[in-house]
Write a protein that binds this ligand. Structure first.
Ligand SMILES: [Zn+2]
Length: 350
C-alpha cells in the first residue's frame, strides 16, 4: 500500500491558461498568532497538535524516502468535470494518538497483512481541485506553513502545475481541522492565499468552531487548533457561505453529511454525465484500518462512535454504488474503489 514513487506518476496539466503567480509561499515561518507557532526562519514551527508532538520527534519519524518532495498532481474526470488531486505534503501522526484504545500489536499485525510498515505510514494530504462550470474549486486547502514542517505544500504544488492562486473561485471545506483549513491564509501577512475565492463550510461545522465555548470543551490536543480555527474563520467570515447536507455547493458538487470526525464534517459528491466521485474528507483515513476495521475507535474523531457509524455507512454506500473515492489522508493520491471483503471492506486503488 505504499504510495507510488513520484516518477511513476504521469504529470498531466489538465487545463491550460493559468500562469504561475509571482506571489509565492513565504516559507519563512513568520506567524501572526502565538496560537499557531513560535517558529521563525531558523527554527521552524513546532507542530501544535497531535498530542503535542515535538518538532524533533517529527524529524526523527520522517523517513528520507517519505519526506515531502514535489509530487505531480493526478488527473481524473467525472463526466465533463475535470478533477486534479494535489498534495499538501505529509503529516506524521503517532499511532498511539490515532489508536488510543487499540493494542498497537493488533495494528502492527493489520498493517503487516496489508504490506505496510508495522508503525503505519506517514499520512498523506490529498487536496482535490475541480473545474466545473465557471468555477475552479478547491476542496480543502491544506494546513499552511505552521502545522507540521512536512506539510503546507499545496500552493507550491499548485503553482508547479500551472494553477495560480488567483484562479481559484471557490473553496469548499469538508471540515475545519488545521490540516484542511489553515492553509487558507498566508503565514507571512495573514492575507488570503486564494484572494478571488468564496468559501463554503457546513453550518454545523461553522457553529461548532465559532462557538467561544468550544475551546473549553474539546480535549487538550484540540485546544490550540480550536483557537486557531476560530481565529481564521473570523478572518474569512464575510466571504463564507454556510450550507447544509444536500446543498449544491458548486455545479455538480453536493454536500453529504458524514459527521463524527467533527460535528459538521461533510463529504462532497461530484456528479456529471452519469459518473460520480466521492470526496470523503477524513471519514476513511487509512488504507488498512478504515476499510478492514472501520469499527476501531480513532483518536482524532471528535465523536468516535458516530464516526465509526458514519464510516460503515459510507463504505456501504460506496461499495454498493460502485462509487470511486478520494480520501484526504489515504496513500497518495487517495483515489480508489471500495469493495466488500468478508465482513469488512478493502480499497482498490485506481
Ligand atoms: Zn485531516
Amino acid at each position: 500500500m505504499s504510495p507510488p514513487p513520484c516518477a511513476s506518476r504521469r504529470r498531466k496539466k489538465i487545463w491550460a491558461g493559468t500562469k504561475a503567480s509571482a506571489r509565492t509561499s513565504s516559507g519563512n515561518g513568520r506567524t501572526t498568532s502565538s496560537v499557531f507557532s513560535t517558529g521563525d526562519a531558523a527554527h521552524p514551527a513546532s507542530p501544535c497538535c497531535f498530542g503535542g508532538l515535538a518538532a524533533a520527534a517529527v524529524a526523527r519519524m520522517i523517513r528520507p524516502d517519505r519526506a515531502w518532495a514535489a509530487i505531480a498532481p493526478v488527473a481524473h474526470k467525472v463526466g465533463n468535470i475535470e478533477v486534479m488531486i494535489v498534495s499538501d505534503g505529509v503529516l506524521n501522526v503517532p499511532l498511539s494518538f490515532s489508536l488510543p484504545e487499540t493494542p498497537l500489536s493488533e495494528a502492527a499485525a493489520l498493517f503487516k497483512a496489508h504490506g505496510m510498515p508495522e508503525g503505519g505510514e506517514p499520512v498523506q494530504t490529498n487536496v482535490v481541485l475541480v473545474k466545473t462550470g465557471n468555477d475552479t474549486v478547491l476542496i480543502d486547502v491544506g494546513s499552511g506553513a505552521n502545522f507540521q514542517p512536512t506539510a503546507g505544500k499545496l500552493q507550491e504544488n499548485l503553482e508547479a502545475a500551472g494553477i495560480a492562486p488567483d484562479t481559484i473561485t471557490k473553496v469548499v471545506f469538508t471540515h475545519a481541522h488545521a490540516d484542511h483549513l489553515w492553509g487558507v491564509l498566508d503565514d507571512f501577512d495573514d492575507a488570503e492565499r486564494f484572494p478571488n475565492a468564496s468559501y463554503v463550510i457546513s453550518a454545523p461545522e461553522w457553529d461548532f468552531w465559532s462557538n467561544p465555548a468550544t475551546v473549553e470543551t474539546v480535549p487538550d490536543w484540540l485546544k490550540g487548533m480550536a483557537l486557531g480555527t476560530a481565529r481564521i474563520l473570523k478572518k474569512i467570515e464575510d466571504k463564507v457561505e454556510r450550507r447544509k447536507a444536500g446543498d449544491t455547493v458548486a455545479p455538480g458538487l453536493t454536500y453529504a453529511a458524514t459527521p463524527g470526525h467533527t460535528p459538521g464534517h461533510m463529504s462532497v459528491m461530484i456528479e456529471n454525465g452519469g459518473q460520480r466521485l466521492m470526496i470523503g474528507g477524513d471519514v476513511l483515513a487509512n488504507n488498512a484500518i478504515s476499510f478492514a476495521r472501520p469499527d476501531w475507535r480513532i483518536g482524532s474523531d471528535f465523536d468516535r462512535d458516530r464516526a465509526a457509524a458514519t464510516r460503515k455507512s459510507l463504505l456501504d454506500q460506496l461499495a454498493a454504488g460502485k462509487i470511486p473515492l478520494v480520501g484526504f489522508h489515504l496513500a497518495w493520491p487517495g483515489l480508489g474503489m471500495v469493495e466488500r471483503a468478508g465482513n469488512a471492506y478493502r480499497l482498490v486503488p485506481l
